[in-house]
Design a protein around this ligand. Structure first.
Ligand SMILES: [Zn+2]
Length: 304
């Protein structure tokens, strides 16, 4: 696994599908910005830290998704690391019951089985009013960017390196993403606009890459997410339930829903696009013979 110096004491680890930054407090102690997947990254990271005589003293999470918080509890136990993240995210991963609220369509036993390892007690919950956090004596600037997840934050290290987490995705990821994830798409787009004001020397995307400038990438991301919403809108050709639209999306956009986990992810993604289209007045939500249905007011065959 390659570790690359970005600037000052800020480094990035190349984990293949994602970039994971860390901040060196001194020769042996580091603060991790996110923690990767349990399955693919736990061993790799632990081996790297051992081989380089590094100790994880702090963990600052951009948000509590499975590929960002997957090893937080593990490193907390192994090194006694202090964990910091936004209060809203901390609440979700506080317990399997918190996770059950998030993964609401999944039975609790399945939540425990698949997502139980995400549970971690946050030592430093960060409120949405706080614009910086001091962890292990190091102060990081924070930009709250809700949308991709409720409490998503962009973290800037003292070296003027901004870690964007999943607030933006790279051109490569856009090229292969069928329906990129945003829990609250309207808020996510507003957060993406707020990124224009960032003035850092370097920007790190979780998925993925290190950039000296992100202005064009912000514009492309906003355009891309909006385009995807327009594509979802075009799927609604008659009064349709969410399942109807999901079926149409799978066919038209060409993704395979091959497992219950995949279904849950796709269903969650689609719902946020539908919410966005309702919130922006492009779709109307209605009750039709006891079923929740979506209407596209611009489509002709919406009559009964
Ligand atoms: Zn995420």
């Amino acid at each position: 696994m390659e570790s690359r110096l970005i600037q000052g004491n800020t480094y990035v680890l190349d984990l293949g599908i994602l970039d994971l930054p860390y901040y060196k407090i001194n020769e042996t102690d580091i603060i991790l910005l996110d923690t990767g997947y349990m399955k693919d990254h736990r061993e790799k990271l632990a081996e790297f830290f051992t081989a380089n005589r590094l100790q994880v003293k702090g963990i600052l999470c951009s948000h509590a998704h499975i590929d960002h918080v997957g090893n937080a509890q593990f490193f907390k136990e192994k090194y006694g690391a202090l964990v910091a993240m936004a209060q809203e995210e901390a609440n979700i991963v506080h317990s399997t019951l918190g996770l059950k609220i998030f993964y609401s369509t999944y039975p609790l036993s399945k939540v425990e089985e698949h997502y139980g390892h995400m549970v971690v007690q946050t030592d430093l919950p960060i409120s949405s009013q706080e614009t910086s956090v001091t962890l292990c004596g190091v102060t990081f600037e924070l930009l709250h960017t809700p949308g991709h997840s409720i409490g998503h934050m962009v973290i800037t290290t003292p070296d003027k390196v901004s870690y964007l987490g999943d607030a933006l995705i790279s051109e490569d990821v856009m090229a292969s993403a069928k329906m990129p994830y945003a829990y609250l798409l309207k808020e996510d787009l507003a957060s993406k606009v707020s990124l224009y004001a960032l003035k850092s020397d370097w920007y790190v995307l979780a998925h993925k890459g290190v950039y000296p400038d992100i202005r064009d990438l912000i514009t492309d991301n906003i355009y891309f997410y909006r385009q995807r919403a327009e594509e979802v809108l075009r799927l609604v050709t008659e009064k349709m339930t969410q399942e109807d639209i999901l079926k149409a999306a799978a066919k038209t956009m060409g993704f395979r829903v091959g497992s219950i986990n995949k279904y849950l992810v796709v269903e969650r993604m689609l719902r946020s696009y539908l919410d966005y289209l309702v919130e922006t007045g492009k779709l109307i939500l209605t009750l039709d013979a006891g079923f929740l249905k979506y209407i596209n007011p611009n489509e002709r065959n919406m009559e009964d």
